[in-house]
Design a protein around this ligand. Structure first.
Ligand code: SF4
Length: 355
């Protein structure tokens, strides 16, 4: 697994405390802090950059970011966007969160990384999570601009040379080729990234390309083909149970409160992907959202095919630390590799954990 022991320790002690001492069912694991929506790319599968100009100009201040992080209390803060490196105060935001010992995943397309890297200091708390949707041809097509893959590779090399933690962050859509994805994993592994993150794309209603989103069975098939006889040197920045979920060895219900989202509108109900209103405080988000209306079990059509990382990985972590079966499954998958059904398998998994 591509996650340092100190981070695993922080997460495991936090989860155990929430579950068994505080008896808190709706605890946050990763805060999705969106300080701005503007970006220097216009990707076809993105649901964030279609806001009008006056919204794209707005951004959270350093104080607003710090307050949201403290209010939420999650040990991990993921900073997506938009493109966070466009925020003039991002180095200060990172510095304040590092002081608070939060593990930060600063998600970037890396276009500005070489230019801005001197504004950041290497730390075990800071990871640059580089958006890479495949090899050069696939990535440049996904981001709708030539030359961005090369730019991102240059950014990864500079960040690694300077001693930063670096992961990649890949979203896969219908038509992804398993062989090419495996070659992409080999390339990233050769570069020396700490781990790779994966997610099937979510069918944002605002995304310009509505034809390329995966249905649940297509997701299983794709990941079964990608993960069968894996290269042993691949490292993923995920719970191994999440990889088993993607490949349909096991099913998890979504726990959207595990990855709450804060942005210029407030706390977003119920998750990073849907916008069913906003609350002023994190407590209101937790108390006022009807969580039963979301996830596959709810029969909400907007959740039917959703298998994204931000909705489901918190469930796998909760299962690991909340049940003996989840714990033993994680230990087994960590040492022996995740269980992946054969590509031709028609298996539909039953529920392992969740609501
Ligand atoms: S299943 Fe997906 S869309 Fe539905 S609440 Fe969970 S993360 Fe959001």
């Amino acid at each position: 697994m591509g996650i340092p022991i100190s981070q695993m320790w922080t997460v495991s002690t936090y989860v155990l405390k929430q579950k068994f001492i505080k008896r808190n069912k709706h605890y946050p694991l990763v805060l999705m802090l969106e300080p701005l929506f503007r970006c220097n790319l216009s990707c076809a599968g993105c649901g964030k950059i279609q806001y009008p100009g006056h919204i794209l100009k707005r951004q959270l201040s350093v104080d607003e970011c710090v307050q949201a992080v403290e209010e939420c209390g999650a040990p991990i803060v993921s900073i997506p966007g938009g493109e966070p490196l466009l925020h003039p105060d991002m180095p200060k935001i990172v510095e304040e969160l590092v002081k608070r010992r939060k593990y930060i995943y600063l998600c970037t397309n890396a276009i500005l990384l070489e230019k801005k890297i001197e504004e950041y200091k290497p730390s075990k708390y800071l990871t640059f999570s580089i958006h890479m949707d495949g090899l050069e041809e696939e990535h440049d097509e996904a981001v709708c601009r030539d030359g961005i893959y090369k730019k991102a590779i240059a950014g990864i090399k500079v960040a690694l040379d300077k001693g930063f933690r670096v992961t990649t962050n890949t979203t896969l859509f219908l038509g992804a080729k398993p062989d090419r994805t495996r070659m992409f994993f080999d390339e990233m592994t050769k570069l020396g990234v700490e781990g790779m993150m994966l997610s099937p794309g979510y069918s944002y209603s605002k995304a310009p390309d509505q034809e390329s989103f995966l249905q649940r069975k297509e997701t299983y098939k794709l990941f079964r083909e990608i993960f069968h006889s894996p290269n042993k040197s691949w490292k993923f920045n995920h719970s191994p149970l999440f990889l088993e979920f993607l490949a349909g060895h096991r099913h998890y219900e979504c726990t959207p409160w595990g990855n709450p989202t804060y942005n210029i509108f407030g706390w977003q109900k119920p998750c990073y992907l849907l916008q069913k209103g906003y609350t002023k405080t994190f407590k209101e988000l937790i108390d006022e959202t009807n969580w039963d209306e979301y996830g596959q079990k709810s029969n909400n059509p907007e959740c039917a095919n959703c298998m994204v990382h931000s909705g489901h990985e918190a469930t796998t972590v909760d299962h690991t630390f909340g049940t003996l079966g989840g714990f033993l499954g994680t230990v087994r998958a960590t040492f022996l590799g995740p269980k992946i059904p054969k590509p031709e398998s028609q298996k539909i998994p039953s529920v392992s954990g969740g609501k």
